[in-house]
Write a protein that binds this ligand. Sequence first.
Ligand code: GAR
Length: 206
Amino acid sequence: MKVAILISGTGTNMEAVIRAWQQGKLPGVEDIPIVLSDTPDAPGLEKARRLGVATAVVARRPKEPRESHEERLLGALAPHGAGLLVLAGFMRVLSPFFLSRFPGRVINIHPSLLPAFPGIDAQKQAYDHGVKITGCTVHFVDETLDGGPILLQRAVERKDEDTAEDLRLRILKEEHELLSEAIAIVSEGRSSIVNRYVKVERSHEN
Ligand code: GAR
């Protein structure tokens, strides 16, 4: 399966996925033909190029309707034949129009244990709320904000001495592993969804 990665920012999750694939840890992934950003100066673009992966930028123009921007995103993706889209810090909610073109084939990484703390700055939301345990989630994307069926989650403990930044970085480290694990599952066809519950078959290696 070919996998396209969509980013808006730093791209550390994207980098972790590309490295895992280049190290042969994602056998179900035939190629990562494109990293697509909606943000022209996203630092992740340079990271992708250094890793030898092609990049494209499709920024939303001032006052451009969402559907028109999404049509251009789809146009940029079309030549690459991706079977899976991975949102790795891509900070836009995709419309049903866009998602209908990739049904059940878009996943997102989010830095909290959903459904707690959807939206932006989830780590800080959790920190400010005073939670003892937070974490990260990879979920299938639907038209709701961070609300689609949950594929994988990993818990991260907040320590007494943590700053918000300490907690963010500890979550991010777990995200880097969790996202590749999720891509392995989807690319090897090891997930199925019944009543929102995503059942995952173990790989033969585990
Ligand atoms: C990650 O923490 C990711 O979970 C989050 O943005 C960060 C991107 O970092 N995504 C969301 O909050 C989506 N709702 P990265 O660009 O270094 O991978």
